[in-house]
Design a protein around this ligand. Structure first.
Ligand SMILES: Cc1ncc(COP(=O)(O)O)c(C=O)c1O
Length: 432
């Protein structure tokens, strides 16, 4: 008999963030349209997590397909070192138009982790160019997640993913999202810090942990006081997820470097960008070739990604995607309110179109390590994961003991209610 797709998959594929000894087979997806995924058995799932926080406007939009087709016909790919192309330049122009003003240059790469690598390398090397190579420490938030490459791992929270790599990771001091904590670390390390990186307003992988807008203002002020770079990793929060185009816009602050990926292309093509201030760009200009920024990827600034990025930005403006996502978030949050009365439910929180419901770990006998990560591998997470998988209509995926939703902007009010109902049913069956 012909093997099934999951059977063939098991023979040859190694999946991300998957324990193949324990996890059930991956779901075979054969199509996607709007907010709905079609599975091989003909059933459908509402994509409430936007395919890893990426899909912004819905799957399979004809104008995106058309933009990619047109670009592929005209110019499918060209390296971005020594060459340029219309889509790459226009997307940079359009992104800078909506980005905080002091950001003047766009450095393309191809995923969120590499956008972060570029930011860390450019920030440190600017200090080297300025004659301060001893600024080798970065500050980051407790619970941070910035990707899985080595630099990104170094600034990430070590537990539970990265601790085994600690011999390879550079010096990072993690702080809480409070002015006092940041100030204290900088006072201790004055003169040795290159920059502070953070996921503004929402720390995704930490469990959709949310901090105050006020902290963003404090962070900008304190980084200015100490003359260090502020790096905003807006890989997840960018392009409307928090109810404004960028999370930094809520605080009206400008980082020195900004990392963008996921929503940059509407979430459908691997393309990312690191935006930098003119000051950083200028630090690399020199008569000596060796002083250039020696970093690049084969597919940096991929023309097809840039073309679909332009189409996505057009939709973002025309449809006011940040406002749509904000409405969606409110509707889902409203639908989850009943759970607040349940034993074992700790909190429902929201920022724009991102909504999280956190379970009380004590209901599981688990312990929290104080930064929200203690629950990632907690048994309750396993039970939530199983219940999510069994849900017949909605695709959900817990972050340990935290359920969340972050659907694309095309979901209707009825679909929001369906998402909220699915979260409630998953939580209820898990707590029973
Ligand atoms: C805030 C943040 N930064 C960086 C990344 C890494 O992006 P990628 O998975 O595209 O490498 C992620 C991924 O989820 C993220 O949430």
């Amino acid at each position: 008999m012909k093997p099934t797709l999951p059977e063939r998959d098991r023979e040859v594929c190694w999946h991300p963030y998957t324990q193949h000894a324990l996890d059930t087979e991956p779901l075979p997806v054969v199509g996607a349209s709007g907010a709905w995924l079609e599975l091989a058995d003909g059933s459908k799932r509402l994509d409430a997590i936007a395919s890893w926080w990426a899909n912004l406007h819905g799957h399979g939009r004809p104008e995106f397909v058309e933009a990619m087709r047109r670009q592929a016909e005209q110019l499918d790919h060209i390296m971005f070192a020594g060459f340029t192309h219309e889509a790459g330049v226009e997307l940079a122009e359009k992104v800078l138009e909506i980005a905080p003003e002091p950001l003047t240059k766009v450095f393309y790469s191809d995923n969120g982790s590499t956008a972060v690598e570029v930011a860390l390398k450019a920030a440190y090397q600017t200090w080297v160019r300025r004659g301060e190579p001893s600024r080798t420490i970065f500050l980051a938030l407790n619970g941070a997640y910035h990707g899985d490459t080595f630099g990104a791992m170094a600034v990430g929270e070590p537990e539970p993913f990265f601790a085994e790599f600690s011999p390879f990771l550079f010096h990072v001091v993690h702080v809480d999202p409070t002015a006092e904590s940041l100030q204290e670390a900088l006072a201790d390390l004055d003169g040795r810090v290159a920059g502070f990186i953070l996921e503004p307003l929402v720390q995704g992988a930490a469990g959709m942990c949310m901090h105050d807008i006020e902290f963003l203002k404090d962070a900008r002020r304190i980084c200015d006081d100490y003359g260090i770079f502020l790096i905003a990793d807006e890989v997840m929060t960018g392009f409307g997820r928090t109810g404004k185009i960028f999370a930094c816009d809520h605080a009206d602050i400008s980082p020195d470097l900004m990392c963008l990926a996921k929503g940059l292309t509407g979430g459908i093509f691997p393309l990312s960008a690191t935006l930098v201030s003119e000051e950083i760009y200028q630090a690399f200009l020199d008569d000596e070739r060796a002083k250039a920024f020696f970093h690049g990827h084969t597919f940096s600034g991929h023309p097809i990604g840039c073309a679909v990025g332009l189409a996505s930005l057009k939709v973002l403006k025309e449809e006011d995607t940040p406002a749509k996502l904000d409405h969606i978030g409110k509707r889902i949050e409203q639908g989850l309110q009943t759970a607040l009365a349940w034993d074992g439910v700790k909190e429902v929180r929201r920022c724009g179109g991102i909504v999280a419901l956190e379970l009380d770990l004590s209901c599981d006998g688990g312990s929290d390590d104080g930064n929200g990560k203690g629950g990632y591998l907690a048994p309750v997470g396993e039970r939530l994961r199983k219940a999510c998988r069994e849900h017949p209509q909605v695709l959900l995926r817990p972050l340990g003991h935290i359920m969340y939703a972050m659907p694309p902007s095309c979901v209707t009010d009825e679909e929001c209610d369906l998402i909220a109902a699915a979260i409630l049913s998953v939580v209820q069956s898990t707590l029973q």
